[in-house]
Design a binder for this molecule. Sequence first.
Ligand code: DAK
Length: 258
Amino acid sequence: MPFVKYEPKGEIAYLVIDRPEALNALNAQVLADLSAALDEVDLETVRCLIVRGAGEKSFVAGADIAQMKDLDPAAGEAFGKQGNDVFLKLESFPIPVIAAIGGYALGGGCELAMSCDFRICSDTAVFGQPETGLGITPGFGGTQRLARLVGPGMAKQMIYTARNIKADEALRIGLVNAVYPADELYAAAEKLALTIAGNAPIAVRACKKAINDGAALTIEEAVVCEEKAFGSCFGTADQREGMGAFLEKRKHGPYTNR
Ligand code: DAK
């Protein structure tokens, strides 16, 4: 029974983590299903993904503590690698991925959200890295991505204290881009996804790759990523349409991904 549902909706699609009886906690099967769901995405049609949790209470309440409890060091390392591999696949997925967080995003759930391109959340959302309170470290990239997103000082405070934060604080520290009333979250996510889907897909993909590839480089090396991205758009039908529409003072037609 897959714990991740792939739900295409025209040019956008949802990946729904669907294990509400455990607040969508990530066990090995959920991670395998998430990887398989990414393989299902039709990249010819779909231009933006939204990741969300099933139910109203939780995005993902962490890695599955019951499954992790009796792991030995080798099995712990293997579980960490499985999660890291899937989250890296999501982070470098060719099209943008929005995390729409309605409720708990704890531990592996916060790490899943941080592997997406950006995050929006409900006013009921709760974020945290509770691992040190459980006797472990974050295991799916939390020590690295949280520090990059909110700075090392705030990341260290959150991780060392294992204290949860609410949506307003997540907004203040830059962990999420926007907070919505809970019943408006998914409509807002769709609106954002459709706006992205309306722009030239080859350009959007090239921007994602340039931003990701450049993040760990010096500025001198990083701008080369942008030069490559920029160059790759020229000669595409979408670049001709976009610039042609501007010069002809008309709205651009739908982009064709060509
Ligand atoms: N794992 C397993 N089950 C979970 C779960 C989780 N993370 N979170 C919730 N559940 C289950 C509960 O056990 C309960 O199951 P039943 O008792 O009904 O069978 C059900 O979901 C509903 O939860 P509650 O009854 O607790 O619901 P409440 O509303 O009272 O509380 C809560 C909600 C989110 C505050 C609470 O459930 C909670 O504190 N959950 C745990 C949150 C947490 O600590 N998450 C971080 C997990 S640690 C690594 C790899 C990965 C990681 C680390 C290392 N290596 C390989 C190195 C990642 C670690 C984590 O993510």
